[in-house]
Design a protein around this ligand. Structure first.
Ligand code: SAM
Length: 289
């Protein structure tokens, strides 16, 4: 048994705790995976790290050794005394006991900036899998001043999150991620690297935030609405999918697709992000008329 595995079992036993499945608790027990996460996120003294779901603190401990400051957000009441016991006296450590989806992250970063000096803000986490997508969408849509997001997610989710739009694993979120970031898979992680073992393997991915979105879009709301509608009915052609969503009339849309040189029978999943950007500019002009 490795050191981290022993330590995790000991802490859980001493506190008479079991992993809470409903909260997506799978504790990392492999030191080498933690080292890899820290190394690939290039965690250093000039970083403010936001860790989502620290659990009993396996990743937190390593983050505190390398980062300038670590702010953790944990929902589970049971984890709070354990974390405070372990790291409460460390000046670099701060714990927010809340649901991450309810935390105002923009204000959190502003407050940290007022009181501490750092160059970059990075999110590093072994995410609770039941809310992977809402967490990532929150981090992107709130247009936070963060440099990178390095997170553990389920392996199949990792494929969708890091796919290039138009590729095999494309989904709505693929476009959002590709719009805001440069994504990559860092390492695949076997289910045995956690206690308890989740049902599927995992992967660590990194999303590096772009200075400006990858394509120029005037109406972001409409852009994502069109993409979402296209993927709600993936098997349909784009024209039929958007017709059901009542965003634009069938014939008008066919005309716009012709205008940008796309086949009228194209399906949304075959469209690149540039295709969607061009099409949405035209739809927007059309709607305004
Ligand atoms: N970081 C620890 C590790 O790597 O061993 C634990 C990771 S575990 C996969 C996910 C953690 O997220 C758990 O500690 C769980 O309690 C916490 N969590 C679940 N839902 C949450 C939420 N809505 N907001 C904040 N933390 C949450």
């Amino acid at each position: 048994m490795g050191n981290l595995e022993e330590e995790t079992k000991r802490i859980l036993k001493e506190n008479k705790l079991y992993a809470n499945k409903k909260l997506g608790q799978n504790f990392l027990i492999k030191d080498e995976i933690i080292e890899k996460i820290i190394c690939e996120a290039t965690v250093n003294q000039s970083d403010l790290i936001i860790e989502i779901g620290p659990g009993i603190g396996a990743l937190t401990k390593a983050l505190l050794e390398k980062a300038g400051r670590v702010v953790c957000i944990e929902l589970d009441d049971n984890m709070i005394p354990i974390l405070m016991n372990r790291f409460g006296t460390n000046q670099k450590f701060e714990l927010i006991h809340q649901d991450v989806l309810k935390v105002n992250l923009k204000n959190l970063i502003i407050d940290q900036k007022k009181n501490y000096k750092f160059n970059n803000v990075k999110v590093v986490a072994n995410l609770p899998y039941y809310i992977t997508t809402p967490i990532i969408m929150k981090l992107l849509e709130e247009k936070l001043e963060i440099q990178s997001i390095t997170v553990m997610v389920q392996k199949e989710v990792a494929q969708r999150l890091t796919a290039k739009p138009g590729d095999e694993y494309t989904g709505t979120i693929t476009y959002a991620i590709y719009y805001y970031t440069q994504p990559r898979v860092i390492v695949h992680v076997q289910k045995e690297s956690f206690i308890p073992s989740p049902e599927v393997d995992s992967a660590v991915i990194q999303l590096n935030l772009l200075e400006k979105p990858r394509v120029k879009v005037t109406n972001e709301l409409l852009f994502f609405k069109v993409i979402k509608s296209a993927f709600m009915q993936k098997r349909k052609t784009l024209v039929n999918a958007l017709d059901s969503s009542k965003l634009i009339e069938k014939q008008k849309l066919q005309g716009l697709l012709n205008k940008i040189g796309l086949d009228e029978k194209i399906r949304g999943e075959k469209m690149t992000i540039e295709d969607f950007a061009k099409l949405v500019e035209l739809i927007d002009e059309n709607v305004k008329k």
